[in-house]
Design a binder for this molecule. Structure first.
Ligand code: ADP
Ligand code: MG
Length: 299
């Protein structure tokens, strides 16, 4: 990040420019429209929730925001500048994410996983890496120190030397968050950060997301767990069949009959573990299990 970029960012923030502005994002796969004309703005200091039944297009929307997919239509602006749909450009512009299926380097330590996230902000060029001169070593030390700080921040300070694949599932999720934070983002996108977590870990995740917000980042969270989302978010969007069905405060979204209907409607193919369909009480008090397999570190 150059000084010029930094001052541009600050000016945009002062002018009230949203951190994120997605406009008319549409993603089609052949005949299937997974995301249809979705617009969303996120302002500094906001935690925004994205809910909706399985297959609603939530992850696809994140993929469009972060350059994994090139949207069929629409644009994505970060702090007032359009960002090209390329993962690296998106990270450099200041947007970082975690994945619904954890993507860590299983054979690397927790610290090394976070250091990988950091490299997009250090000047370490291939040349200095090969020579391993003093400049390289200095940067490497700074990267290591910053990675340790981030592990402390997410509550994994003591796990720095553990291999990612040996860490408990909840810790792997927090490690992914630390790696995302290592890129110095202005906006963090979390795709089902509490999937597979027990209630205590879920509470810790909630505290961590507030801490991230308090340290100056905006956050967008995809989650199935309604209680978690409504306690956490300033604003919630409910996506159904690729479209925004309702947007508003947690109170507004929670009490909207269309949202309840959307979840019950999805119950035909979304069954609980015991095979019973999800009932209405699950919508307001749900700690709905994610339907994703929890395979953990995979790379
Ligand atoms: N790469 C892809 N190719 C084809 N269809 C896809 C692809 N990615 C997602 N989809 C489809 O888009 C729809 C939305 O999926 P997804 O975004 O994963 O939903 P959610 O995250 O809300 O559960 C689903 O019907 C899914 O099968
Ligand atoms: Mg998803």
């Amino acid at each position: 990040m150059t000084a010029v970029d930094q001052s541009e960012r600050t000016a945009a923030e002062a002018a009230g420019t949203p951190v994120l502005q997605a406009t008319g994002v549409t993603m089609r796969f052949g005949g299937l429209t997974a995301v249809n004309d979705v617009s969303m703005s996120v302002h500094e200091g906001e935690i925004v929730g994205l809910i909706g039944p399985n297959g609603a297009g939530k992850t696809t929307f994140f993929n469009c925001l972060t350059g994994l997919y090139k949207p069929t239509e629409g644009r994505v602006d970060l702090l007032g500048s359009q960002i090209p749909p390329k993962p690296r450009a998106v990270v450099v512009a200041g947007m970082a994410r975690t994945f619904q299926n954890i993507r860590l380097f299983g054979n690397m330590t927790a610290l090394e996983n976070v250091m990988v996230g950091r490299y997009c902000r250090t000047g370490a060029m291939a040349f200095t890496s090969i020579i391993r001169g003093p400049k390289f070593r200095r940067e490497e030390e700074q990267t290591r120190a910053r990675a340790q700080e981030l592990l402390d921040f997410v509550g994994l300070g003591k796990s720095a030397e553990n291999l990612a694949r040996n860490m408990p599932y909840g810790d792997q999720r927090r490690l992914e968050i630390a790696r995302a934070l290592a890129t110095d983002p202005k906006l963090v996108l979390l795709d089902e950060p509490t999937a597979g977590m027990n209630p205590r870990e879920t509470q810790q995740a909630s505290d961590l997301i507030f801490k991230i917000r308090d340290s100056g980042m905006a956050v967008v969270v995809i989650e199935h767990d309604m209680r978690f989302i409504f306690n956490l978010c300033d604003r919630v969007l409910c996506l159904v069949r690729g479209e925004v069905l309702v947007e508003g405060t947690p109170d507004k979204v929670q009490s909207d009959p269309r949202v309840i209907e959307a979840y019950i409607g999805g119950a035909e193919d979304d069954e609980d573990e015991d095979g019973t369909a999800v009932d209405e009480s699950d919508v307001s008090a749900a700690s709905d299990e994610s339907h994703e397999s929890h395979e953990g570190a995979t790379e």
